[in-house]
Write a protein that binds this ligand. Structure first.
Ligand code: ADP
Ligand code: MG
Ligand code: MG
Length: 248
């Protein structure tokens, strides 16, 4: 489904990703763990198409289609979703309008009808309840003045609304308490299915108690240096990343 092939990415003149290859087959959830500064966010930005994060070589395809030549909104319309480690605030834009506009833009690009106002309200209320955000938050400016945990809930609200084909979650768990962590697990597990894939980036094994991954990869020094099953995450919790930093 998502195929990353020998990806090299330089940011500000420094090579950060140095030949990263990764395959996430349809229906699977893969976790990426790794030390600070190893390039996890760089990987997610490059796949999502953020400005300044361009591949110098290598490829990224979703269901065989090259993503690297597409604009970020075109990638989103193809069903690619990135939950940001540091979600942005958008002053002056009401949360509900922001999500509805993004949702309709994606649908339009796919040749689908816009969602009706009534259906949208019904849907967002249902999903907001699932992620633990009240109506008042939906009427506020997007993420403005929200706590770190609320911003992460807002990321999960968007994921639940957009129902992406492939979602990358960049440290969605950081800064969350146990209840919020369980909520993230609930959202992912509800969306999980044979046609959908996830790449879950995390520092800690804890989130993987709620989201059982099909595979775990260690990213260090700009490459995947080790892959295994869920037991690898448990082993890392004990051993730390030092061995990989030295090897990289
Ligand atoms: P991680 O998410 O694994 O902690 P990042 O991908 O955020 O790592 O960062 C990897 C490396 O790339 C770090 O050394 C970081 O300083 C550098 N880097 C990332 N983005 C930028 C940027 N916009 N400008 C300069 N350096 C960057
Ligand atoms: Mg980091
Ligand atoms: Mg990061």
């Amino acid at each position: 489904m998502l195929k990353i092939d020998d990806l090299h990415v330089a940011v500000g003149g420094n090579e950060i990703l140095k030949g990263l290859s990764l395959d996430v087959p349809k229906g699977e959830v893969h976790a990426i763990m790794g030390p600070n500064g190893s390039g996890k966010s760089t990987l997610s930005y490059t796949v999502a198409g953020r400005d300044g994060y361009e591949a110098t070589s290598g490829g990224v395809t979703l269901d065989g289609e090259n993503m690297l030549d597409l604009d970020p909104d075109e990638r989103a319309a193809k069903g690619l979703f990135l939950s940001f480690q540091h979600p942005m605030e958008i002053p002056g834009v009401q949360t509900m309008n922001f999500i509805r506009t993004a949702m309709n833009a994606q649908r339009k690009a796919r040749g689908e009808d816009e969602v009706s106002a009534a259906d949208f309200i019904r849907l967002i209320r249902e999903k907001a309840k699932l992620v633990g955000l009240d109506d008042a938050k939906l009427k506020r400016q997007f993420n403005v003045g929200f706590s770190g945990g609320e911003k992460k809930r807002m990321e999960m609200l968007q994921m639940a609304m957009f129902e992406p084909r492939f979602a990358i979650m960049d440290e969605t768990d950081s800064g969350l308490d146990i209840d919020a962590l369980k909520m993230v697990g609930d959202v992912v597990n509800a969306l999980r299915g044979p046609d959908r894939g996830f790449l879950v980036i995390t520092h800690y094994q804890r989130l993987l108690d709620y989201i059982k991954p099909d595979a775990v990869h260690v990213l260090a020094g700009g490459r995947i240096v080790k892959s295994g099953g869920p037991e690898l995450a448990l082993a890392l919790e004990k051993s730390g990343y030092e061995q990989f930093i030295e090897a990289a």
